[in-house]
Design a protein around this ligand. Structure first.
Ligand code: PHE
Length: 335
């Protein structure tokens, strides 16, 4: 039976090779694999073989069948003229609408914020997301064992390299390479090893602000931030400065805005407090000026860092920060 198989296969392969049209291929296929085809009939006899050799012959037979089917297919393909292979095009069918992209809500928010500060005379600066320990901490007045480092759970890449935990290192980079007056905003991605929930994610966006010149005051900081908030929310929202601590500013404050949802009455977004924290700020610490070679007797400055995700959530009424990073098209296409 094996010999017969071989003979069939050989003969068939030769016929396939010599076939000159798809119709001829069809005929060969029928002769071999049709209901009365030679191979079909042979395969039918398998069951009458003694059980010791049945599996082996069966295997060879199946291989031969697969080989012939492949050869038929290939030859048919090479014989089919190109124009018959192409799909038929029905020009009367409605077209498929291509996906229209939209701008990510964080990008929209970031651009809007930058635009407002640009209008007040701030330039945009940027810095690396992979930072050295020096810029992220040390130059900002946080030596290796400083407890304030614990406030920002850090992803270290090596002993000295990390993913920046805030945009403040760019303050140092810019001051090192330029002289006052400096008036910059720094948008960018920052990373913290935090538990993920509706309010915090391991990646988020900040916008750093820095203004250094002679005679810069806390009052100016307050004025700029108030102007920014009123413009961004297109509403008169009072600001509240709470005394706080950052190693690189003195004095320092955390800044709240009147809740944009309930306007101070108390709601679930502000947890009944009527206020929402949106940024940290303060007057640049003289020790930071000394690091970058500025005379702290001559220059003063303010700095602030605000959470872009937070502002986007408030502006668009989004209650879960994770939505920004999941890239669900149903969410993104609403913007
Ligand atoms: N970098 C601080 C933070 O991420 C915020 C900040 C920026 C505070 C600038 C003061 C001045 O928490």
């Amino acid at each position: 039976m094996k010999a017969e198989l071989e003979e069939i296969t050989k003969g068939a392969l030769k016929r396939i090779e010599n076939a000159q049209s798809p119709e001829e291929i069809e005929r060969i296929k029928l002769d071999l694999l049709g209901r009365k085809g030679r191979l079909t009939q042979l395969l039918r006899q398998l069951k009458d073989l003694p059980p010791e050799i049945r599996p082996e012959v069966g295997r060879v037979a199946n291989q031969a069948k697969a080989k012939l089917e492949a050869a038929l297919k290939e030859r048919r393909n090479s014989l089919t003229p190109l124009h018959q292979k192409r799909e038929v095009l029905d020009v009367t069918l409605p077209g498929k609408r291509p996906w229209e992209g939209s701008i990510h809500p964080l990008t929209i928010t970031l651009q809007r914020i930058v635009e407002i500060f640009y209008g007040m005379g701030f330039e945009v600066a940027e810095g690396p997301e992979v930072e050295t320990d020096y810029y992220n901490f040390e130059a900002l007045n946080m030596p290796p064992d400083h407890p304030a480092r614990d406030m920002q759970d850090t992803y270290y890449l090596s002993k000295d390299l990390l993913l920046r935990t805030h945009t403040s290192p760019v303050q140092i980079r810019v001051m090192e390479r330029s002289q006052p007056p400096i008036r910059i905003v720094v948008p960018g991605r920052v990373y913290r090893h935090e538990a993920i929930n509706a309010r915090s994610f391991t990646v988020f966006y900040q916008l750093e602000g820095l203004y250094v010149d002679e005679g810069v005051t806390f009052g100016q900081l307050k004025g700029v931030l108030t102007a920014f908030i009123n413009e961004f929310f297109a509403a008169e929202l009072p600001l509240r400065f709470r005394p706080s601590f950052f190693p690189f500013t003195e004095p320092s404050a955390e800044v709240d805005i009147r809740c944009v949802i309930c306007r101070g009455k108390g709601c679930s977004v502000c947890k009944g407090r009527g206020w929402l924290e949106i940024l940290g700020a303060g007057m640049v610490d003289p020790a930071v000026f000394q690091r970058v070679g500025y005379d702290p007797e001559r220059f003063s400055g303010y700095a602030f860092g605000l959470g872009i995700d937070r502002l986007a959530m408030l502006k668009y009424g989004i209650d879960d920060i994770r939505l920004f990073y999941e890239n669900d098209i149903r969410f993104l296409s609403q913007f």
